[in-house]
Write a protein that binds this ligand. Structure first.
Ligand code: CA
Ligand code: CA
Ligand code: CA
Ligand code: ZN
Length: 377
């Protein structure tokens, strides 16, 4: 091994991993994986071994990088070797790969320098996880050849993004780790926000370049294709590309009240974080004709949740989920370019048809005469 070997993950300066540190590690792994969920890339906490990491030639198609959560220089929150995969890589050299100074980021949250954070509060804790996971994704982005996303008004070369609502901020993953309480959406960027410095680099095109020779070689994860809604279990999917949408069919054999509860990204302490802002449509299938759009719904920008309730008759339907922009074109909006990632749909169906009426016949013993009462429960 060459390069400085990393030291063990630590936030509190106490040897060993506290329950809190273990929770942070698990949540950071889940959210980092979320940022790469559109791509044919696995984020794992299991060491894939030297051959699994090393790209020995441009024909080797099993390779990767290692993110070590370890102190750096006391100033940086993360560093990443630029263009790791386009020239082969040597995972036995710790200088190539990525480092995230988790302790330094943790101290930014707990020192009071950026406001008062209470890490027992779900939103504040989620923001810490988001900062750590964004930094990991950012350094992996450098490994893939991505440059910084800055803004012309800030000479640092980094952009920290902006609030799109009181609870949700948008920021480019290749910007800087904005220590805030609202950092709910971190996205890959094509530099289309106002006054962007890096307008020439299409992050998604770079990451997924599978051209011959020394390109990154990661494509998009395969699309699910058509699916069906489950009314007994969670239905899950991924928005892989800017134009992707997923249709989930369902059939009603009787009139019913249907409810869909959607969430995007990763749930951390009860709140959602990730890259995907989304819409959902309910369509009725019409055989031999044009399908009918019954409703178009946008996720709540604060919570990244979406609830739909409808009463529908007998028929064939589908729920469509797709990535969405938010107030794109306004100063604080974003397009659907990188509204990508995972989502879940919890669906429920309750029959709206009255239960069969109970007919009680009290016979008086004489044919043709009777009292008929109908009960409806
Ligand atoms: Ca510790
Ligand atoms: Ca290999
Ligand atoms: Ca999809
Ligand atoms: Zn950087």
């Amino acid at each position: 091994m060459t390069g400085k070997a990393p030291s063990a993950f630590d936030l509190d300066g106490i040897a060993g991993w506290s329950a809190f540190e273990q929770q942070v590690m698990a949540d950071v792994a889940r959210l980092t994986a979320e940022y790469f969920s559109p791509f044919n890339i696995n984020i794992t906490t299991v060491d894939p071994g030297t051959a699994g990491l090393q790209r020995s030639s441009s024909l080797d198609n099993t390779y990767g990088t290692r993110v070590c959560f370890s102190p750096i220089d006391g100033k940086s929150t993360g560093i990443g070797y630029v263009n790791l995969f386009r020239q082969g890589n040597d995972p036995t050299n710790y200088s190539t790969g990525a480092l995230v100074d988790a302790k330094r980021i943790y101290q930014l949250y707990t020192s009071g320098a950026y406001g008062n954070f209470d890490l027992t509060n779900a939103a504040d804790y989620g923001s810490l996880i988001s900062s750590l996971a964004q930094t990991a994704a950012h350094e992996i982005g450098h490994n893939m050849g991505l440059d910084h996303d800055g803004i012309t008004s800030d000479s640092s070369g980094y952009y920290g993004g902006y609030n799109v609502s009181t609870k949700t901020a948008w920021s480019p993953i290749m910007g800087y780790t904005n220590i805030s309480k609202t950092r709910r959406l971190n996205q890959w960027s094509i530099g289309e926000y106002r006054n962007a410095t890096n307008t020439g680099q299409d992050d998604l095109a770079v990451i997924t370049d599978t051209g011959s020779g020394w390109t990154n070689g990661f494509g998009y994860r395969a699309d699910e294709g058509l699916g069906t809604i489950s009314f007994s279990d969670l239905t899950t999917g991924i928005i892989q590309t800017s134009g992707d949408y997923d249709d989930f069919a369902f059939t009603l054999t009787g009139a019913g009240d249907v409810a869909f509860n959607l969430a995007s990204g990763v749930n951390i302490a009860g709140l959602q974080w990730g890259s995907l802002y989304y819409y959902a449509d309910v369509w009725q299938s019409v055989i031999g004709g044009e399908d009918i759009l019954l409703g178009h719904y946008l996720a709540d920008i604060d919570s990244l949740l979406l609830g739909i309730e409808m009463t529908l008759g007998i028929g064939d339907y589908y729920l469509r989920v797709g990535g969405s922009g938010y107030q794109y074109g306004s100063y604080q909006g974003f397009s659907d370019y990188a509204s990508l990632g995972t989502y879940t749909i919890a669906a429920s169906l309750r029959s709206a048809a009255p239960e069969p009426a109970t007919i009680l016949i009290i016979a008086f013993g004489i044919a043709g005469m009777g009292l008929v009462r109908r009960y409806r429960r």
